[in-house]
Design a protein around this ligand. Structure first.
Ligand code: C5P
Length: 294
């Protein structure tokens, strides 16, 4: 196989609670995560030599050694103790710094893509281990679909695929994830309805969307809306479009609403666009994304 194209979907955190700070500098979290049909596109090509080269037409995206695509490809090569040259073309559709896991999803697609092009030397467990080293959200994005995320994000409990109509709003703000984790106040959260709800969900259970909506909470919303008034304004505007629920994805800055029909989501997005917000309708994307052999 000389060339392969894969799609890397965005994720939305449908609620997020920070449980505790850990000795390793990370935080234990609990979050219901869902992939949606806004995707980056990656094309992998084997080339002579041993370099991993990422090309991206978007000048805002750095393509050097810190790019998660490069880190993911290198981690796989290191594990295999070999060096193969790859040219990886990255077409961005997922806004960066938006809490939608764009870079993490590109890394997950790279692990899948490079592994597949090399004949599949890594099994699923090994890929998950490498993914967790690249970033906390990367293991989930290897799988996609609907899952409860625990630990620092790498421990996953998959659920039956949920069908959700969403509107995403992108305020002009890039939230620095380490800043958000460092500055949020961890409350006494054990009894939060969201925590009780997620803890009560066995693996492969159907998601009760009404119960999710009743308990939905994101611990970063007060902090991020306070620091970035445009995020607070987006949250209020979404709240006025009659969503079933509205919140922030991850540490933001994306604000989303969940709607009871595709038509209501379209109406809400049109209204928000008229108010000057950058709004996009999307749907949940069920697992598996592709790659049944992974
Ligand atoms: O794992 P990842 O590299 O995506 O995390 C980026 C940063 O976000 C970490 O360096 C850490 O500051 C913070 N983080 C955290 N707890 C998590 C996930 C991320 O403190 N569960």
């Amino acid at each position: 196989m000389d060339q392969l194209t894969l799609y890397a979907p965005a994720k939305v955190n449908l609620g997020l609670k920070v449980l505790r700070r850990r000795a390793d500098g990370y935080h234990d979290i609990l979050s219901l995560v869902q992939t949606v049909n806004i995707c980056d596109r990656l094309t992998f090509r084997r080339v002579d030599g041993s370099d991993i080269v990422v090309e991206c037409p978007d000048p805002e995206i750095p393509t050097g050694a810190d790019n998660l695509v490069v880190r993911a490809a290198r981690s796989l090569m290191t594990w295999m103790d070999m060096k193969t040259g790859f040219m990886i073309h990255l077409e961005k559709r997922i806004p960066a710094g938006a809490g939608l896991g764009g870079g993490s999803s590109d890394a997950a697609a790279t692990l899948r893509g490079v592994n597949r092009m090399l004949g599949g030397p890594c099994d699923r467990e090994t890929l998950h281990g490498l993914a967790a080293q690249v970033g906390s959200d990367v293991p989930f994005l290897l799988e996609g679909g609907t899952a409860v995320m625990e630990g620092r994000g790498e421990r996953l409990r998959p659920l039956q695929a949920a069908l959700l109509d969403l509107v995403l709003v992108f305020p002009e703000a890039a939230v620095d994830t380490p800043w958000a984790f460092q500055n949020m106040k961890i409350g006494l959260t054990d009894e939060a309805p969201y925590i009780r709800f997620l803890n009560s969900l066995p693996a492969f259970e159907r998601l009760d969307v009404d119960r999710l909506i009743d308990s939905l909470e994101n611990d970063f919303l007060p902090l991020v809306a306070d620091r970035f008034p445009q995020v607070g304004a987006a949250f209020e505007a979404v709240g006025e479009t009659s969503p079933r629920a509205a919140s922030l994805s991850g540490t933001g800055s994306t604000v989303y609403g969940i709607y009871d029909s595709p038509a209501n989501a379209v109406r809400a997005a049109e209204h928000l666009s008229k108010l000057g917000f950058r709004a996009l309708v999307c749907r949940s994307l069920p697992a598996p994304l592709e790659d049944p052999e992974l």
